[in-house]
Design a protein around this ligand. Sequence first.
Ligand SMILES: NC(=O)c1ccc[n+]([C@@H]2O[C@H](COP(=O)([O-])OP(=O)(O)OC[C@H]3O[C@@H](n4cnc5c(N)ncnc54)[C@H](OP(=O)(O)O)[C@@H]3O)[C@@H](O)[C@H]2O)c1
Length: 229
Amino acid sequence: MTRNVIVIGASKGIGAELVTLLAKNQSIQVLALARKIESENKWEAFKNVQVHNLDLQSENLTAELQNILSNVSNVDYVINNAGYLVNKPFLDLSREEIMESYQVNVLGVMSALQVIIPKMLPIGGHVVNISSMGAFQGSVKFAGLSTYSSSKAALTNLTEMLAEEFKDTKLKFNCLCLGAVQTEMLSKAFPGYLAPLTAPEMAEYIVDFTLKQWKWMNGKIIPVSLSTP
Ligand SMILES: NC(=O)c1ccc[n+]([C@@H]2O[C@H](COP(=O)([O-])OP(=O)(O)OC[C@H]3O[C@@H](n4cnc5c(N)ncnc54)[C@H](OP(=O)(O)O)[C@@H]3O)[C@@H](O)[C@H]2O)c1
């Protein structure tokens, strides 16, 4: 049976690698949701990938996602991969930067899940939220990342809350707190730092976790990190 996987934040970095890896599995239908869709679709060769435009900051997010999913009867897996990072001293953050961080990193995810979860409830599924080591309780913290890390911490907590609220269903919610991975976002957070993992390497772990680990855990916050940061 074909399984439907939604990847939110699919345009580049880890998200793009998630789509490429998932697409290699013919039993999976991938819905790649990206804020920016490039004119050249990098997954054109894969018949099991559909790319749609979705901006988590859109005022019409709910309606736009409902429209994208109008012909999708069931969703099996969701990877909430989108992330927005501002690296600035706390006192210099604008209200806009704070609002945008929270909108992409947690509020948009909440709106998206309100649309997606009803399509998962009948047969069950796994929601994987991609957070950060900076949002993991007790981890080493870095100045300049207050709005990014605190909004990702809200996503981490949301995972536990949804696991509790849906515990009597066949839905599972888990959260991966990633350490450093070589992407554009890492260069913004830690300029010049060389991460021990590439985006394809991290994507390999996330895909495996998403497709398999729901059998063994629910509501778990898992650090996935080789280094500090
Ligand atoms: N790289 C690391 O070291 C690291 C560490 C910890 C956690 N993470 C987390 O891992 C995830 C992937 O990060 P990455 O390193 O691959 O970063 P990235 O290369 O900057 O990619 C971030 C993705 O999020 C998307 N996004 C941003 N704003 C969006 C919006 N408004 N609506 C929809 N999508 C939006 C981006 O789309 P656009 O191209 O349109 O901007 C892009 O596809 C993020 O959640 C990040 O917080 C990464």
